[in-house]
Design a protein around this ligand. Structure first.
Ligand SMILES: [Zn+2]
Length: 419
């Protein structure tokens, strides 16, 4: 009779292991260095892609070291290197066609955003190109961008739609997102990213989304959650309330682009509705900060977008000190944040938002996972978590220090090497 053997992967000779166990216990709030759960000369044992044991190697139970009738053991020597959770990139717009480098040049030479739009630039130029491109070509472009994240140790990646603004292209984008390989992918429908050119007003377009698009998106199961861009010239908080009510009724989770260019109250609305995250969150009042900090919603700061747009940076120090769970992401898109560089984001977080290195590490792992509703599976190497981790050449203290230097050498997802 055949028996089901347990497959064990035993990673030994780890110079330093960061489990983030303390971060998990504190739910990503008030993170201190001790919460990174550093263990030197460590071992990590995984079974069926999950962490089943970690600790100092000298305490590794001998039972994990030998294959038997009931278990098959694979030993992997990590040569004294540093091991830490894989990065979670929780906010990207990586599926798009065309590029807006010309626009970047114009903006830097003082041409206004309105003039660029009049010349056919801006988000609608990306919409036009994304509607036109073939599925195969768009998939290749998108997978190449995903691979760039994988090379930086990203093991969970959020991908938004929002460059179609019509149902056909939005579905095309979400299907491509679901088919991407490498990291674990979370998909987000962002139909209300801008007003589709076919509609005269935001209200008209939103009505179409609520009545016709959302039910089809929900039925297709292509989106894990929904997003909306609330700001001056885009959608209002009233629009967001209607949209979120319908999405919730359809069983979709919520996230929001809010308070980036102007104070709209969208972040507080998100927190009030138990959204997974409120992203940007720059224009917040003292009371907003208090309300969001006390909620279960993650604040996602996107400092590379603030850098490119020369905006203020969000008041992250105050948010964290008041107990908010703050995550970081690139906001990668061809207009306002044309970068996939995690090290730039982390360096800006440290310089411009006074985040400590342990806070940045937690923001780019566990806290970002929490922002995607994955706080029991991703972003830490605690017992029962997915064995998604990176091997760092040197110390974790070398991360988020030199822009462009991000010394990740190998990447594992569910204990299987993907880089
Ligand atoms: Zn965004």
């Amino acid at each position: 009779m055949a028996t089901n053997k347990v497959d064990l992967k035993v990673f030994t000779n780890i110079g330093e292991l960061l489990t983030l166990q303390g971060v998990v216990q504190k739910n990503g709030r008030h993170v201190q260095e001790a919460d990174l759960g550093s263990i030197t000369k460590a071992a990590l044992v995984c079974s069926e892609g999950k962490v089943v044991w970690f600790g100092p190697q000298k305490k590794l139970p001998k039972s994990f070291l030998k294959s038997t009738k009931s278990q098959k053991v694979q030993l992997l020597d990590l040569d004294g290197k540093t091991v830490m959770p894989g990065f979670v990139e929780c906010h990207t717009h990586l599926i798009f066609a065309g590029d807006r480098s010309h626009e970047f040049e114009l903006r830097n030479q003082g041409v206004s955003y309105q003039d660029i739009s009049r010349q056919g630039g801006g988000i609608l130029s990306t919409v036009k190109a994304t509607r036109k491109i073939s599925v195969g070509h768009l998939k290749t472009l998108s997978q190449t961008r995903v691979n760039k994240f994988t090379r930086q140790g990203v093991t969970t990646l959020e991908v938004k739609s929002g460059y179609g603004l019509d149902l056909v292209t939005e579905i095309k984008m979400l299907k491509i997102a679901r088919a991407l390989s490498g990291p674990h992918i979370v998909t987000t429908y962002l139909g209300p990213h801008a007003v589709a050119p076919e509609y005269a007003t935001a209200q008209e377009y939103l009505h179409e989304i609520i009545e016709r698009h959302l039910p089809k998106i929900a039925k297709s199961k292509l989106a894990d959650r929904v997003d909306i861009f609330v700001d001056r010239g885009f959608f209002t908080v009233e629009n967001a309330k209607e949209y979120f009510a319908k999405a919730t009724e359809l069983g979709l989770k919520l996230t929001v682009h809010g308070d980036q260019l102007s104070a709209t109250g969208a972040s507080v609305l998100g927190a009030h509705l138990n959204a997974q995250s409120v992203d940007h969150a720059i224009e917040l009042s003292d009371q907003d900060i208090k309300n969001i900090a006390q909620s279960n919603t993650t604040v996602v700061a996107l400092p590379s977008a603030d850098f490119y747009l020369k905006l203020k940076y969000p008041r992250v120090r105050e948010l964290i000190d008041q107990g908010a769970r703050v995550a970081l992401a690139t906001d990668f898109n061809p207009g306002s944040s044309p970068t996939q560089n995690l090290s730039l984001v982390g360096v800006l977080a440290r310089i411009q938002m006074k985040m400590t290195l342990p806070e940045v590490i937690s923001a780019y792992t566990f806290n970002a996972a929490a922002g995607l509703g994955l706080e029991t599976q991703k972003g830490a190497l605690d017992l029962g978590f997915d064995a998604d981790f990176v091997i760092v050449d040197g110390s974790w203290r070398d991360l988020f220090y030199q822009v462009g230097h991000h010394p990740v050498i190998n990447v594992f997802r569910s204990a299987r090497q993907i880089l």
